[in-house]
Design a binder for this molecule. Structure first.
Ligand SMILES: NC(=O)c1ccc[n+]([C@@H]2O[C@H](COP(=O)([O-])OP(=O)(O)OC[C@H]3O[C@@H](n4cnc5c(N)ncnc54)[C@H](O)[C@@H]3O)[C@@H](O)[C@H]2O)c1
Length: 319
């Protein structure tokens, strides 16, 4: 409890500090997090992409940005059919009729998602990009939240690997899991959502690192937005565990202004090439994205000599 309170106070003061330092990123205020440099652009041409949860908000803006950069084949998969049809209409008006398809599915339902991945591949090619952006923020319905955010991310990724892997006739490619700043800094007002976001970051790091990419040719990494102006954020206070948690959350984000969803789309398109497998990135305050640096992988930590000075610092960071 004391720990929760302390982390809340820390997050709250960070948020306040953040809002008081106009134009500065959290990266500039925190040790262990470094800003990224610019590198060459990813080539979206001749590729097929699937955006799970692309009917609205961040997913829709990622889809729009990829199309702007020349993506010829896009499938949006979402549980909200009405919103999905609306999104496709909008994107077709902007980019042309043949490029965009919509399929309805619950991303956490493996059979349903597999069925629409297959349908997508009948019209478009095997995807070289999958974005897992479907998610909810609802601690009051925490079991549905775990199902959607965690199971959905796992199913979207594993099915993607099944089709995209070079070892199974795919072309390789990139899978991006949309996590959250709450997967890096916990929210005491939203503890269950925090858990799902730490899960997404941990899963993306683990499945992204090691030898997986040598076998699959598929790079997996996580992109974690800060507060972003979408329906999810607007509805969040009403979906906390109870009024006390809702107030705690409202206090935590007090004074911060959400970024545009289009800033997440642009940031992700910018780092598609340079993001390393298993890396975790943050985009917040409509600024450039930056990578979060973790202490190291499990093998490196285990190998470190206990009597070594460096070893102590690694252990203390882990605790
Ligand atoms: N808005 C923020 O402040 C914020 C911050 C950090 C991370 N995120 C993350 O960004 C992602 C997108 O959220 P958003 O803010 O754009 O919200 P949003 O509500 O606008 O978009 C989420 C989309 O996911 C869809 N969806 C929900 N459950 C689904 C399911 N089971 N199967 C398929 N589709 C489903 C919704 O219908 C919706 O279209 C989420 O994973 C969220 O956790 C959002």
């Amino acid at each position: 409890m004391a720990l929760l309170k302390r982390s809340s106070r820390i997050l709250s003061s960070i948020v306040k500090l953040r809002s008081s330092i106009e134009g500065k990123q959290f990266s500039e205020l925190s040790e262990g997090i470094v800003e990224a440099s610019q590198e060459e652009d990813y080539n979206f041409k001749d590729k097929a992409a699937i955006v799970n949860g692309g009917a609205s908000g961040i997913g829709l803006e990622i889809a729009r940005e990829f199309l702007k950069r020349g993506l010829p084949h896009l499938s949006i998969i979402d549980i909200d059919e009405e919103q999905g049809e609306q999104a496709v209409k909008e994107l077709r008006n902007e980019f042309g009729d043949e490029k965009v398809l919509f399929f309805e599915a619950d991303v956490a339902n493996a059979l349903a998602l597999d069925s629409v991945y297959r349908k997508s591949m009948q019209f478009h090619d095997i995807p070289e990009i999958i974005i897992n952006s479907a998610g909810i923020m609802n601690d009051a319905k925490w079991d549905k939240q775990i199902w959607t955010n965690v199971t959905g991310c796992v199913v979207g990724t594993l099915l993607g690997l099944q089709y995209m892997s070079k070892s199974s006739n795919g072309y390789g490619g990139i899978i991006v899991n949309i996590g959250s700043i709450l997967g890096i800094i916990p929210s005491s007002g939203y503890p269950l959502h925090t858990m799902t976001q730490f899960g997404i970051c941990g899963f993306s790091k683990a499945i992204g690192c090691g030898n997986h990419i040598d076998r699959t040719g598929v790079k997996v990494f996580a992109m974690c937005p800060g507060l972003t102006n979408t329906r999810l954020l607007t509805e969040a206070p009403a979906n906390a565990i109870n009024d006390r948690f809702a107030q705690e959350y409202v206090d935590e984000i007090d004074g911060s202004s959400p970024q545009k969803a289009s800033s997440v789309g642009k940031a992700l398109a910018d780092i598609m090439n340079k993001a390393a497998p298993g890396s975790v990135w943050v985009v917040e305050n409509d600024c450039d994205p930056y990578e979060v640096i973790y202490p190291g992988n499990l093998f490196e930590i285990k190998k470190t000599d206990k009597n070594d000075e460096d070893s102590e610092s690694v252990t203390s960071v882990r605790n």
